[in-house]
Design a protein around this ligand. Structure first.
Ligand SMILES: [Zn+2]
Length: 407
């Protein structure tokens, strides 16, 4: 296989998690006796442009299960993040009634509704029918398509180039990153701005976040790699911000290569952080598998020890992260008999691969396990605060990433 960005042969493995089912393929009871498809989950790194990427195996449409579309508006924290971004970028770019904003992967309108409320014309691009309909219901115009160069050119041809193109947590999910980036360039006005948010590869490596690896993620991005992809499409990066979301993300600000924007010092600062973090050194990537294995081994050791001692362990949070970790570790219901999740659509179903049953959070109060393993470690503080009553009755909380920690 060759690099999706620069075409160089991919000779180095960053992480090999064996095989796993798609992380959102939750099962119904009647599915449990049927065969389940497991795809290879192997991540490679390009030693020419440092794009970290999945090995090709399955078509994107085999991975996305329409039944489990994620609605961004279900997270209060994320809505607030979007509202603050909309306010800040409107002021910074001086957006108004004569401007045009495009959001790629606009989901249920969680972000664009802020522009609609401010009277700024906008357009969402969202192929998932359920979320697109939810956005339209609150007054956000949506084009139900996948974004790429063809659509970017079409919008430009219709005179609909944007002053701002936003993309939150879509860039890492794009199979053809070059085509997508050329689309951004085509749909952007000469002095327009692109902002993209994505989990920062530097944080993934530093904090052993190997459980954020799943099939739907095609790229794991550093500023160095994104800068190269942008430059190949006639764009450049003029600013960057570090964000706490998803365990550590960055928001890059891009523009046409010839645009007037001056490059802010933050760009050099984050590039330097990446150099210091070893992101331009193959050895850093080659050392990562051992770090992931240590997380897996510590979790398995803990679960086996509790089983031997006759203690009970349950999990909280039936999210993609948990599925990657549990399937790589080979954890089954004998070690982890149930997982609780607040989303009613998941309750009564089973985790893909591990077949651990998903219950409503009240099961924790009813069954009072000795330990609760919080799988989405990024919301561990929130989960502990919501379940303080369990701690008062002696239940202890556990997270596995970046190290096994019993709280
Ligand atoms: Zn490359």
């Amino acid at each position: 296989m060759n690099c999706r960005h620069c075409g160089a042969p991919l000779r180095h493995t960053f992480l090999d998690l064996g095989f796993a089912p798609p992380s959102n393929a939750y099962l119904k009871a009647e599915d449990l006796n049927r065969p389940e498809i497991w795809f290879p989950l192997k991540i490679r790194v390009c030693d020419q442009c440092w794009l970290v990427q999945t090995e090709d195996h399955a078509r994107a449409d085999e991975l996305f299960s329409p039944d489990y579309a994620y609605f961004s508006s279900t997270s209060g924290g994320w809505l607030e993040h979007a509202r603050r971004y909309a306010q800040a970028i409107t002021g910074r770019l001086g957006l108004g009634a004569g401007s045009f904003v495009i959001e790629v992967a606009s989901n249920d309108g969680y972000l664009l509704k802020n522009f609609v409320a401010a009277g700024i014309p906008c357009l969402g691009i969202e192929p998932t029918a359920g979320t697109a309909a939810a956005a339209e219901a609150i007054g956000v115009p949506v084009l139900r398509e996948f974004f790429g160069e063809a659509l970017g050119r079409r919008l430009a041809g219709e005179g609909r180039r944007a002053d701002l193109i936003a993309g939150n947590n879509v860039y890492a999910h794009v199979p053809d990153i070059n085509d997508f980036t050329r689309g951004l360039a085509a749909a952007l006005k000469p002095e327009g701005t692109i902002t993209l948010e994505f989990p920062h590869l530097l944080r993934l490596i530093e904090n052993n976040q190997f459980d954020t690896v799943y099939h739907e993620h095609f790229s794991y991005l550093s500023l160095h790699a994104v800068r190269r992809v942008f430059e190949a499409a006639g764009l450049r990066i003029y600013d960057v911000e570090e964000l706490p979301t998803h365990g550590g993300s960055v928001r890059v600000y891009g523009c046409h290569a010839a645009a007037a924007m001056a490059q802010r010092p933050e760009v050099e600062r984050v590039l330097r952080l990446e150099v210091e973090g070893g992101l331009l050194d193959l050895a850093t990537y080659q050392a990562f598998q051992a770090r992931a294995d240590r997380v897996k081994d510590e979790l398995l050791g803990f679960l086996l020890e509790q089983k031997r001692l006759g203690k009970t362990v349950a999990a909280y949070g039936a999210a993609a992260k948990g599925n990657t970790l549990l399937n790589y570790a080979g954890v089954k219901p004998d070690l982890l008999p149930f997982v609780c999740d607040a989303a009613p659509a998941k309750q009564g179903k089973y985790l893909p691969g591990s077949h651990i049953p998903i219950q409503a959070p009240r099961a924790l109060a009813e069954r009072r396990p000795d330990y609760v393993l919080i799988l989405p470690w990024n919301i561990a503080a929130e989960v502990r605060a919501q379940n303080r009553h369990l701690a008062e009755q002696g239940t202890r909380f556990v997270t596995a990433v970046p190290r096994l920690e019993v709280m």
